[in-house]
Design a protein around this ligand. Structure first.
Ligand code: C2O
Length: 268
């Protein structure tokens, strides 16, 4: 991706900029995909095309993006494959202190708490349980508030988007940069390859939300279901995709590995 011509839509920087097509640095009439009900579907399609492009470029049609399962006991730190400065997965603009094995803080807001490792883990697991079950009971609470033509841009994000999604972004970015670049801000987040692993876990949360409780259902609002987005596919062709076609990962050709979910037992 990094070696492709700069104007190829599959180029690494172009892929990062796709995240910023819907980003706050475009002032007039922009469509936002954060802090509303498009957060999960738009990012699922974003990952899907990024993965298809990587599959095509590597000649491996079965290529799958990994998920950074920060909600598991062994995953609550920057995965070491991203921390190796000689790796293409490395990014300079990350917090110097938050290198493995430093533990992620799910409500991080710029200052590190004074927790022991056991306290930090317990704190994170309780946040997960709370955001998933207590604060995410309805489609609006979990997926985000309705956002239709003419509406104000930020009607309100879903529980897991607000925390820990946003906090893991900020936690990963470099606190000595004004917007916690790269991960801490929309325009730059896609420049850190870890954004795709972070979002694969967010995407997994959407699947889990529906899988763990039958009461959890997607919106059946046709404005949501019929909304479409544009992306470049693995052949650099512009394609239009809809929310209703991404509701099940199986339709997009993938599922998430079943892994232990320690926060299921972490009722606050
Ligand atoms: Cu487009 Cu993790 O935000």
């Amino acid at each position: 991706m990094k070696a492709l011509p700069a104007d190829d839509p599959r180029n690494f920087v172009q892929q990062a900029n796709v995240h910023c097509v819907h980003c706050d640095s475009i002032p007039d009439n922009y469509i936002q995909v954060h802090q509303n009900w498009f957060f999960f579907p738009w990012h699922r399609w974003y990952l899907y095309f990024n993965e298809r492009i990587l599959g095509k470029l590597t000649g491996d049609d079965s290529f799958a993006l990994p998920f950074w399962n920060w909600d598991s006991l062994g995953g609550m730190m920057l995965p070491s494959i991203y921390a190796d400065p000689t790796s293409p997965l490395y990014d300079k603009l990350r917090d110097a202190k938050h290198q493995p094995p430093f533990l992620v803080d799910f409500d991080y807001n710029g200052t590190d708490p004074n927790f022991t490792a056991a306290q930090q883990i317990d704190h994170n697991l309780k946040i997960m349980y709370r955001q998933f079950f207590c604060n995410g009971k309805t489609p609006m609470l979990f997926l985000g508030s309705a956002y239709r033509g003419g509406d104000q841009t930020n009607p309100g994000g879903g529980s897991v988007e607000n925390m820990p999604h946003n906090n893991v972004h900020t936690w990963t970015g470099d606190r000595t940069h004004p917007n916690f670049e790269d991960m801490g801000t929309f325009y730059a987040a896609g420049r850190d390859p870890i954004v795709f692993a972070h979002h694969a876990n967010i995407d997994r949360m959407w699947s889990l939300w529906k899988k763990l409780t039958r009461k959890h259902r997607d919106f059946n609002d046709s404005d949501w279901l019929k909304t479409s987005f544009l992306f470049h596919d693995e052949n650099a062709d512009l394609v239009r995709v809809t929310v209703k076609d991404c509701l099940k990962t199986q339709w997009l050709g993938y599922t998430y590995q079943d892994v232990k979910i320690p926060w299921l037992e972490a009722r606050p």
